[in-house]
Write a protein that binds this ligand. Structure first.
Ligand code: GLC
Length: 742
């Protein structure tokens, strides 16, 4: 038997080698036939004429450029019909090199899932991967080869609108989610009819923009870059991500698009990345605004030498690479390398065998109307909801409640529930595609329950004319549900806010409703951590509902009425005030840590505000309670090459079955550089029936104890460590210590 297995493995690896060798041979053979203009054409990506996701340049000869082989890819081109029409033009070109169609399929194509930060709050890697898989099935059925996702930017500043697009503040959680999303998008392997290329973005450190202001500068130590911001990119690369996208920001004085250290030394060098890098929209040309390139030609020179392979929308490559070659400022090898990287992906996707393989209208129709996709969206929507408060167990509501008032500016909204970065499909009737929160409530309650509605106020503005009506219907109800928050386009790209309070007079409306004395449940809809201190301090029940996508109303109703017990945990720290930002859980201790909020005697604290967050990283309640016990370590001393097994028992001590994310935090007590007071190094999301106990197990190895020292060596150091098991980064239930020996 062993002999057969070995032979099979040998044949398989030979076939794989010969297969990949075949692709490389095909790429080399094609490259030899290409003119310089055709080579440069492959590095050129244009936006389709439909919707733009950046400042557009209009050119009227796109069709002839494609016919002449001067375009390698289009973005924002949707549907089998439209992509087929452009691909046909490419098939009229001399070498018939197919176009790549790229799209921001960030949290779903037609079936839309929670915004990624909301999805991250589920801490459910399987569900997150499944959502990306469904997005890929729908997108690939609609002519899309390539999604500009996952966005893996670590973000510690909720003023930055793009926090909605990532997985929050933690490198460990962010790395696992990045991997899940890449595998979801790319499926078993590229070339599958329902696989799309992932594009890991934005490389790198875009989330650390000064002031949380989008596109702003980033300046940080290399150690911080390697310790906090790079891990999710490496995790995505290790998961097989086909492409990367660079970022708009300058990093330590050098724009990412022209940053050789990032793209050549790290990505293509140390990490050995064989895919290709696409610039973010116009970022090559924007090096002129940065004051890093004096003109488009200089920008093209800096970008191609720094390892940017494809030029999204700036036209710097198209307009300047030939001159740079003629002037011998660059070698053709730079261009050939970029072209080969792109061609290799087109071969791997099977586009040379059949350029129209993703353009099957029947398949598109079936994929975009699959009830299994809808069901999955409803499930992960409910899993993404975080229960922030539930005093006197106002929740779950009874389906027999006689009268329910549903109040707020988001109750009857449809498209708002999609959040930012939905794929704006043409001709969609959002009242059919999206389950509003009002629809969800109607779908859930029995015919004996009377539903009352009032908008109360707008999302923005100071008009309170609707308060009286809202108070009136609240007074007639047994329980009041309120739905407040941002507009969906108040978080997202170029949506930084200097003030992240719930906008307008919505919290005043909450106060007016609260004054009726009725039990109130508040839903908060947004793509970022918001500040809502009045609501948090005065309302008995709060659900953070993010933007949950096409099944929003049903997901929310499932949780409101207990068909789903909420188990979400915050992937970002929630500040009390903007003045606390940046605030994150894995901070250093400083030389003068404050013991508590009153310890202000020469300590690192504010004299006017607590330094603790409003809601900590990893926080989320349940309708039930969980008891943590019996923390055990397999040993108290470990050598570098050993491991420690950590076990603990978790018991459901409440009245509802539910899921709990059991979190493992470690603290390296002393180091050659200061170390965070705690770091997430493991978690397990477990389901427990009432009264049930499960043992969770974590394995501590040298990798979990290692960090980048001041020489940028990734290694552990002997010494004392704390092991903490908790229900959040601040709700530590069990603690032990151990020693790492030399
Ligand atoms: C945008 C975004 C990027 C997106 C690209 C194409 O400016 O920064 O994330 O993928 O352009 O839409």
């Amino acid at each position: 038997m062993k002999k057969i297995v070995t032979t099979t493995l040998l044949l398989a690896s030979f076939f794989a080698f010969s297969q990949s060798k075949t692709i490389d041979q095909k790429v080399d053979a094609l490259l030899k036939q290409m003119t310089l203009e055709e080579k440069i054409g492959q590095l050129n990506q244009y936006n389709d004429d439909s919707k733009a996701t950046g400042p557009i340049t209009v050119d009227n000869d796109k069709a002839s450029q494609i016919r002449n082989g001067q375009v390698g890819s289009l973005l924002n081109c949707l549907g089998t019909e439209r992509t087929r029409s452009w691909q046909k033009l490419a098939m009229e070109s001399r070498l018939k090199i197919p176009l790549l169609f790229g799209q921001d399929v960030i949290h779903g194509y037609k079936t839309t899932f929670p915004v990624p930060l909301g999805e991250a709050a589920s801490w459910d890697l399987e569900a997150i991967q499944k959502a990306a898989r469904i997005a890929a099935v729908e997108a690939s059925a609609s002519g899309i080869h390539w999604t500009f996702a996952p966005m893996v930017d670590i973000a510690r500043d909720p003023r930055w609108g793009r926090v909605m697009e990532g997985a929050g503040e933690d490198p460990y959680l962010g790395s696992l989610i990045a991997k899940a999303r890449v595998i979801g998008f790319q499926g078993e392997k590229l070339g599958g009819i329902d696989a799309v290329m992932a594009c890991v973005k934005h490389f790198a450190a875009y989330g650390a923009a000064v002031g949380g202001r989008d596109y702003n500068s980033v300046d940080m130590s290399e150690r911080m870059l390697w310790e906090i911001y790079l891990p999710p990119f490496k995790a995505a690369l290790d998961a097989g991500a086909a492409t990367f996208m660079n970022s708009f920001n300058d990093l330590n004085g050098i724009p990412a698009t022209g940053n050789k250290y990032l793209q050549r030394d790290i990505l293509k060098g140390k990490w050995g990345f064989k895919g290709f890098v696409v610039s973010d929209w116009g970022s090559i040309g924007e090096m002129q605004n940065h004051g890093y390139a004096k003109d488009g030609k200089e920008a093209a020179y800096l970008a191609i030498t720094a390892g940017s392979d494809m030029d999204m929308e700036s036209r710097c490559y198209k307009n300047n690479l030939e001159a740079l070659l003629k002037e011998k400022r660059i070698d053709i090898q730079l261009v050939d390398d970029a072209v080969k990287r792109i061609l290799r992906k087109k071969f791997e996707l099977g586009l040379f065998d059949d350029p129209y393989r993703f353009c099957n209208p029947e398949r598109e129709k079936a994929a975009l109307n699959n009830p299994e996709h809808t069901k999955a969206a409803r499930e992960i929507g409910a899993k993404s909801i975080v229960l922030l408060k539930n005093d006197s167990n106002v929740l779950p509501l009874s389906k027999d409640t006689k009268t329910i008032a549903f109040i707020g500016p988001l109750v009857k909204e449809y498209k708002q529930n999609m959040g930012f970065w939905d794929v704006d499909l043409p001709g969609v009737d959002y009242e059919k595609l999206v389950v509003s929160q009002w629809d969800g409530l109607q779908n859930k309650v029995g015919k004996n329950t009377k539903l009352l509605y009032a908008k109360g106020c707008e999302i923005e503005g100071d008009n309170k004319d609707g308060f009286a009506e809202a108070v009136k219907i609240a007074s007639q109800a047994d329980v009041v549900i309120m739905s407040i928050g941002e507009k969906r386009d108040m978080s997202g790209e170029a949506k930084s806010r200097s003030n992240i309070h719930v906008p307008g007079v919505q919290e005043e409306l909450v106060k007016a409703i609260q004054a009726t004395g009725k039990p109130v449940v508040v839903l908060i809809n947004t793509g970022r951590p918001l500040i809502f201190n009045y609501t948090a301090d005065n309302v008995p029940a709060i659900l953070y509902t993010w933007w949950l996508g096409t099944e929003a109303g049903n997901s929310i109703a499932d949780v409101l009425f207990g068909d789903v017990n909420p188990g979400g945990k915050l992937p970002m720290t929630f500040p009390r005030e903007v003045g606390q930002i940046p605030i994150y859980y894995n901070h250093f201790n400083t030389g003068r840590p404050a013991k508590n909020d009153t310890d202000l005697n020469y300590t690192s604290a504010y004299i006017d505000l607590s330094i603790s967050p409003k809601f900590p990283f990893g926080f989320g309640l349940s309708y039930t309670t969980f008891q943590y016990s019996d923390l055990k370590l397999s040993k108290k001393k470990m050598k570098n090459n050993e491991t420690i097994e950590v076990t603990a028992n978790i018991t459901n001590t409440g009245k509802y079955g539910g899921e709990e994310v059991v979190q493992l935090y470690l603290r390296d007590k002393f180091g050659s550089v200061v170390r965070p007071i705690k770091e997430l190094k493991g978690f397990e999301k477990i389901k427990l029936n009432v009264g049930e106990t499960k043992t969770v197990k974590f394995v501590i190895d040298n990798q979990k104890l290692s960090f980048y020292n001041d020489k940028l060596e990734f290694k552990s150091e002997p010494g004392d460590f704390d092991v903490m098991i908790g229900s959040s980064s601040e709700d530590i239930r069990l603690k032990e210590d151990f020693e790492l020996l030399n």
